[in-house]
Design a protein around this ligand. Structure first.
Ligand SMILES: Nc1nc2c(ncn2[C@@H]2O[C@H](COP(=O)(O)OP(=O)(O)OP(=O)(O)O)[C@@H](O)[C@H]2O)c(=O)[nH]1
Ligand SMILES: [Mg+2]
Length: 658
């Protein structure tokens, strides 16, 4: 049986979960149609998801379609949870991008589509909510072509849009020459034969169109577009047909075993379960496995674990439909829920490191908040809970704050609320969050060097040179054999950790650190001595190199009525935004640009006044910009490594060396 691992992605509230439910129901995988609004869907199962009516974690559900098993991955649309989407993207064979026929192309959809296109992932576009008042299907197609992909192929039109009777009418290129011609034009972009027919004014051959359409969808070159309503079910049979006919199945099994971990959660009983997608080989319960991880700096590390339980997704459906015994092993193309993988983290791959790149499609979170337990006696419990959560979600990074609290990195307010609820409900810790601080970054501006020779307060020799580069790189200029391996490891780890706080306390990036000197006294010097020494030498080198601080920015879109364009653009310019362009849209004008994240609340607050109450604001992360004037500082947690006496005094204090 073929499988298709199909992701449903979109801006928040476009109708992904409702559509997932509809597809499951239409194919008989579930008997009763649940609803997001009543909190009864298959994929929004978390307490908080049901209460708030939004998806927070990706969830998998399977259905049978002809000779295919489709594993649907319903993903969250809120931009606070992009990390979930990121991981799902890593295991998909194809995607459905859901748009709303009322709201049209929203910024988050643009961001996702850019990634889908760069991955060349076969993608169908489903324009949902055609039943809702204000649905404007034809405008949306124009917006898709302009903002998402020029290679869009609408497969039909909508009758009675904006009414409960709205229906999708699929074109048939066999009988309708106009639609055949339009489709051929789109496909001819990548097909010389169709192009030649068009140039010669020959009627396009419908069979040829079918074949080329399928091939170009599989190659991610063209994106079929369908309309419908997850609420009324309109267009859903046509969507199913497109999934069955136009989307490619999982590629054939690879010769080497390989399975990727794309989600980790705690089940209701508190057990940690991982979701794995297999590309080759077999995995069974009680098997021992090696998990490979690509660290952000490109190194590969491994973890060993043992599978205690393994459930293949869709096994029950398969059993119900074929009467065959459910499979006991996870094989290529399938997804399983697996228990027992202690120490294995999200993004790890079992069996082989092939294809791991450790890079991220989405920017890291930019908001840092200090968390404290309401009851001070629960400090340790809170810290342990946050570490546990960070384990299932690498985007949640924690650090001990200077005053003993724990700080976490977040994407936004909704994620903060969800984290608070998770701490209370899953871990029994009532927590309070301080105000969020925007994370800046530091970059070195020049070259700096520093050396500390053994015997002057420190029991080791370390010398560093730092210079601008991209990402964070660590190199050796000393002989590897000049130190025991464990000392090298201690220096590198301490260096990477110390780069979390640069001259102004912000994480340092785009830097290369080279170890230029090393030395030790055997048997007196320990790895711990190097852990203390490395940050000190590094900060001296960094001070010599100099660093600049950059603040996070937001890429925004403001939609305003035509007569307010001038006033809004002028205001945004005065505020400090860089305006990249304006385009005319059905509702007026859209202004696009970038502004520092700290100014966004002010811009959002003023927009209604400036736009006669009709302005719409949306934004996505937009890189960073150098801070002018005195940069803000982030409190340090490591004493003062810029001052020898103070730093030695800090090291002499008893402290928690976790
Ligand atoms: N009128 C109408 N409403 C719809 C349709 N599809 C979904 N909705 C409503 O839109 C709202 C959001 O639907 P969801 O299915 O939760 O959307 P989602 O994309 O999964 O949202 P997130 O997961 O939070 O990003 C709910 O109130 C749905 O009832 C549709 O086709 N027509
Ligand atoms: Mg949802």
């Amino acid at each position: 049986m073929q499988t298709v691992n199909l992701g449903i992605v979109a801006h928040v509230d476009a109708g992904k979960t409702s559509l997932t439910e509809r597809l499951l129901h239409a194919t008989g995988a579930i008997d009763r149609l649940g609803s997001v609004d009543a909190g009864t869907t298959q994929t929004d199962t978390g307490e908080i998801e049901r209460r708030r009516g939004i998806t927070i974690r990706s969830a998998v559900a399977a259905f049978g379609l002809g000779d295919r098993q489709v594993n649907l991955l319903d993903t969250p649309g809120h931009s606070d949870f992009v990390a979930e989407v990121e991981r799902a993207l890593g295991v998909l064979d194809a995607a459905i991008l859901v748009l709303s026929a009322v709201e049209g192309v929203q910024p988050h959809s643009r961001r996702i589509m850019r990634i889908l296109r760069s991955l060349r992932l076969p993608t169908l576009i489903f324009v949902n909510k055609i039943d809702r008042a204000g649905a404007r299907p034809e405008d949306v197609v124009g917006d898709v072509r302009r903002l998402l992909t020029p290679a869009v192929a609408p497969l039909g039109t909508v009758r009675a849009p904006g009414t409960p009777e709205a229906a999708f009418r699929r074109d048939d290129p066999r009988y309708d020459h106009g639609s055949a011609h339009r489709l051929a034009e789109t496909l001819a972009e990548h097909d010389d034969e169709l192009l030649a027919d068009l140039v010669d004014d020959l009627p396009p051959d419908p069979d040829r169109i079918d074949t080329v359409l399928r091939a170009q969808v599989a190659a991610g070159l063209v994106h079929p577009l369908l309309f419908g309503s997850a609420l009324s079910g309109a267009g859903v049979p046509d969507l199913l047909d497109a999934i069955a006919v136009l989307l490619p199945a999982s590629p054939p099994a690879e010769s080497e075993p390989r399975a990727r971990v794309f989600a980790i959660e705690r089940d209701p009983a508190g057990e940690r379960v991982a979701y794995l997608r297999s590309y080759g080989g077999q995995l069974r319960a009680r098997q021992r496995v090696v998990a490979y991880r690509r660290e952000p700096d490109g190194r590969t590390t491994t973890t060993r674990a043992r599978i205690t339980r393994l459930d293949v997704i869709g096994a029950a459906t398969h059993h119900a439909q074929t009467g065959d015994d459910p499979p006991a092993a996870l094989t290529a193309g399938h997804i399983a829920r697996v228990a027992g993988l202690t120490g294995v983290r999200l993004g790890d791959q079992l069996g082989s490191p092939a294809g791991l790149d450790g890079r991220s499609h989405f920017p890291a979170p930019t908001l840092e908040a200090v968390v404290r337990p309401r009851d001070p006696a629960r400090t340790l419990a809170l810290h342990a809970a946050l570490l546990d959560i960070a384990d299932t979600d690498p985007f949640i990074r924690t650090r001990v704050a200077p005053d003993g609290g724990t700080s976490v990195l977040l994407y936004g307010e909704v994620q903060r609320e969800v984290l608070a609820a998770t701490l209370a409900e899953t871990y029994g810790v009532e927590a309070e969050f301080g105000p969020g601080r925007l994370m800046h970054v530091e970059r070195p501006t020049g070259i700096g060097t520093a050396v500390e020779i053994i015997g002057h307060g420190f029991l080791g020799t370390v010398g560093f040179r730092v210079e601008p580069d991209s990402g964070v790189r660590y190199r050796l200029e000393v002989e590897l054999g000049s130190l025991p391996l464990s000392f090298h490891k201690a220096i590198e780890e301490a260096t990477r950790a110390a780069l979390d706080q640069g001259r102004h306390g912000w994480p340092v990036t785009d830097i290369r650190v080279t170890l230029t000197h090393s030395g030790y006294w055997s048997p007196i010097t320990t790895a711990g001595h190097f852990r203390d020494l490395a940050p000190y030498v590094l900060m001296r080198a960094l001070a010599e190199a100099g660093t600049r601080v950059f603040e996070p920015c937001r890429r925004f879109e403001a939609e305003v009525p035509a007569d307010r364009l001038g006033a809004v653009a002028a205001y945004l310019g005065r505020l400090g935004a860089r305006i990249d362009g304006t385009d005319e849209i059905a509702a007026g004008w859209r202004i696009g640009g970038v502004l520092p994240a700290r100014l966004e609340p002010e811009a959002q607050r003023r927009l209604p006044d400036l736009s006669s109450g009709e302005g719409l604001w949306s934004s996505t992360p937009g890189g960073d910009r150098q801070v002018s004037g005195d940069p803000p500082c982030r409190p340090r947690t490591d004493g003062n490594p810029f001052d020898r006496v103070e730093y030695l005094r800090f090291l002499a204090q008893p402290r928690n060396r976790s």
